[in-house]
Design a protein. Sequence first.
Length: 116
Amino acid sequence: QVQLVESGGGLVQAGGSLRLSCAASGRTFSSYAMGWFRQAPGKERKFVATIRSGGSTTYADSVKGRFTISRDNAKNTVYLQMNSLTAEDTAVYYCVAIHPTMGNYWGQGTQVTVSS
């Protein structure tokens, strides 16, 4: 089982940057694909980015060129660097660990609020 704890959310002005972190428990972190999703008030949770165990990445079109996902397997941590933030990026951001046989695990979420 994997436990995830997100941090780094907060209030930032439009055009600013934030870096989210997601720390994972367990010894098998490197075997999981890791992802970020977000959920704005009154809306469904949506995909933001993912990084596979081999390091390849995928991004939602809405964040391409602005967000960067990365991982540090030695620290059991995945990051989401968010630049050029807009009000539309305001949401609760969730970290997820994804594995085809060991299951998926979600963090509790961290709030990101962008003021315009």
